[in-house]
Design a protein around this ligand. Structure first.
Ligand code: 6R9
Length: 679
């Protein structure tokens, strides 16, 4: 997608602010605690009986956290040199886990399963968007990864060298990441939807010596080129890059720089299928992953080997209750995101899982494609994002209803808070009112899941991530860093180091300390607001900059969005706090109507007033939006996060700011056009 420059948006017609205060209802103090969700879904006895992890694990883990993680590290990984040191926090916030141990990530993800006699187990069921398929067993994967490692070594990649990966969701993406790990060469995956400019800054920041890409990939039914972006990025100057390794996927014609560019089929297919994995220290860098949407220099989050793999494997096994012999697991994330790293590549493969990877979009060639894939492969564990769930909800129940989804037994959610209504829809329509939902909170920085229900233990609550995992010391604190009591809100922090925590920001020690450890000294501050309910369960309230202050009362964007989505006419909602003379900030809501509601063609004012009243009833008059704007689309980043900053610009009648990280840059024009159109 070509980035669009700032878009001027015509002013939104002003709507008189809603008076806050006694005339409008009860004292708003109580409204600081908005959600009163009392639905509970206890695990069924059959799930409890067979679950990988039972309730006893919490006590075991909290008795001695480092010792608990050391046990996991020994049990879940194969070490070439066993560690004797567990946790070194003496140079906090710089941490070392299992530092004198040695291992190889690719050996753990692939070879040892073959050695254990599982070579014929399917590792990857690949489904291309055009309908082509490939099946790779663990033995196939061992051969492919070894070939790729040999080829990359022949192109000069050595232990410690960085490799940039810019590929579609095809098996070569997984193979390349593992080949890097096999060589001890940290990978830096750049999402295929990012521009040449974003790719350039990431290549330069990490000083990558090799870029692995493809001619293109399939997206929404057409081949979408990738190689031109690499050519453009390198033309901007990237002296570290020696070679570009190119996979042929779409057959598009590509420009070629002789000497620099090399076809995958020429060097990888010809390479030996035997390769000895390189042992590295537990703290050897495994990968760098740049976080999206930040301003200024890219922030390269650094993860290392032993601790990261330990928590990736433990959480994948515990949270999804993975049974490697029988489950078919599918995480819909692209490898360009941390979810793709931890829950497509490392977690599942370390655990010997059989999984599905899918190249394309959920609506190509039809809106039932995902459910068709679930039916075709008998997917039993599905892990996806709320934005996708709400999109499917918008498309209607009859689509998933026409497929057999009875194989599903655990459903996961990640990436943003999931609205209770979307949660309920996911449970009922996709999970047959049977499969437990695990709402997993974590970040690129945390490396692996930190807060989540466990399917055989936790009685789930729609909309809440609920409990820190065993071995994780997450808490909610107030402005003074004091733990808040049950029923109160504050900031989500982590009190003790965890194995998969980031080891820093690539090339910038100080920025790491400032960004994560300075707001509350001694505590990792995640950037998210959260609250504890009466049971002590944790509810995520969105990034702290998404928390609004209306007439001195803290309101969560998430809670108001959930209230809007609980209205039968609403498919999706985004809420922002716009500055307001009367109330400090005022609530402005952007909503997408469900197809059936839009078809009724009711007068806009009537719909808006109904939705405003609905929020007032659901949450309280203080939360009643000043304005409700019906829009055709919402601006989202490529990882599906709503860019509220841009909506705030619209709500505050400003020129819309930098929209270059939007997945679809035309969305802001659509919104502008919709708002200026005559009623
Ligand atoms: C894994 C991932 C991290 C931010 C995080 C938070 C939001 C992720 C969430 C969630 C509520 C959940 N987030 N999971 N909010 N409930 N289950 O998404 O990493 O891309 O780094 O984003 O996403 O705001 O701080 P990343």
């Amino acid at each position: 997608a070509t980035p669009t420059p700032s878009t001027a948006v015509p002013p939104v017609p002003p709507v008189p602010p809603v008076p806050a205060g006694p005339a409008d209802g009860p004292a708003p103090a109580a409204l600081d605690n908005l959600s009163t969700e009392d639905r509970r879904f206890p695990p069924d006895p059959a799930m409890i009986a067979q679950a990988n992890v039972g309730s006893d694990v919490y006590a075991w883990a909290s008795a001695d956290r480092p010792d608990f993680w050391a046990d996991q590290a020994r049990e879940l990984l194969t070490w070439t040199r066993p560690f004797t040191e567990v946790l070194d926090w003496s140079e906090a916030p710089f941490v070392r886990w299992f530092a004198d141990g040695r291992l190889n990530a690719a050996y753990n993800a692939v070879d040892r399963h073959v050695e254990a006699g599982h070579g014929e187990r399917v590792a990857l069921h690949f489904e291309g968007e055009p309908g082509d398929t490939r099946t790779l067993t663990y033995a196939d994967l061992q051969r492919e990864v070894s070939r790729a490692a040999n080829a990359m070594a022949s192109l000069g990649v050595g232990t410690g060298d960085r490799v940039a990966i810019y590929l579609p969701m095809i098996p070569e993406a997984v193979i390349t990441m593992l080949a890097c790990a096999r060589l001890g060469a940290p990978h830096s995956v750049v999402f295929g939807g990012f521009s040449a400019e974003a790719l350039h800054s990431r290549i330069v920041d990490a000083a990558a010596t090799l870029v692995v890409t493809a001619d293109g990939g399939y997206r929404k039914g057409t081949p979408s080129a990738l190689k031109p972006a690499v050519d453009e990025a390198l033309a901007k100057g990237a002296p570290s890059v020696e070679h570009v390794l190119v996979v042929r996927r779409t057959g598009q014609t590509v420009d070629w720089t002789p000497g620099r560019d090399v076809w995958w089929s020429d060097v990888v297919d010809a390479a030996s299928e035997r390769h000895t994995p390189v042992d590295v220290d537990a703290e050897h860098p495994l990968f760098i992953l740049y976080t999206s949407g930040t301003t200024g220099r890219p922030k390269g989050i650094l993860h290392t080997t032993g601790g990261y793999l330990t928590q990736a494997a433990f959480t994948h096994r515990a949270v999804f209750d993975l049974k490697p012999e029988t489950d078919v697991y599918w995480c819909t994330a692209d490898i360009g995101w941390i979810t793709g790293h931890t829950y497509v590549v490392y977690g599942p493969l370390i655990n010997g899982a059989t999984q599905v990877i899918y190249e394309g979009t959920p609506d190509t060639p039809h809106r039932g494609r995902w459910w068709e894939i679930v039916q075709k492969y008998g997917v039993s564990i599905l892990y996806t994002a709320p934005t996708a769930i709400r999109t499917c909800m918008k498309w209607g129940d009859d689509i998933p209803a026409s497929f057999d989804l009875s194989s599903l037994r655990v459903l996961g959610s990640v990436g943003e808070p999931i609205n209770p209504e979307a949660w309920m829809w996911y449970r009922r329509t996709i999970g047959g009112d049977r499969a437990p939902i695990v709402d997993t909170w974590w970040q690129t920085e945390t490396g692996a899941i930190m807060i989540s229900p466990l399917p055989g233990v936790t009685s789930t609550k729609p909309g809440s991530a609920q409990v820190p995992l065993p071995g994780i010391a997450a808490d909610v604190v107030d402005d003074e860093a004091k733990s808040v009591p049950d029923g109160a809100g504050g900031y989500l922090v982590v009190r003790e180091p965890w194995p998969a925590m980031l080891r820093g920001i690539w090339g910038d020690r100080e920025r790491y300390k400032d960004t994560y450890w300075s707001r509350f000294p001694g505590l990792y501050f995640a950037g998210d607001g959260a609250k504890k309910d009466a049971d002590g369960d944790i509810w995520l309230l969105g990034r702290v900059d998404d928390v609004m202050n209306v007439s001195g009362h803290r309101l969560s964007t998430t809670e108001i969005e959930s209230a809007l989505v609980s209205h039968p006419s609403v498919a999706e909602a985004a809420v922002v706090g716009a500055s307001d003379d009367m109330t400090g900030q005022a609530v402005v809501a952007f909503v997408i109507l469900r197809a059936e509601a839009a078809a009724l063609d009711r007068p806009a004012e009537e719909v808006q007033e109904e939705l405003r009243r609905h929020v007032a009833v659901a949450i309280g008059p203080i939360a009643k939006p000043r304005q409700v704007l019906v829009v055709p689309e919402l601006p989202k980043t490529r990882s599906g996060k709503i860019m509220r900053r841009l909506l705030r610009d619209v709500a505050e009648h400003r020129t819309v700011g930098d929209a270059t990280t939007l997945a679809d840059s035309s969305v802001m024009d659509l919104i502008a056009a919709g708002l200026s159109a005559p009623p």
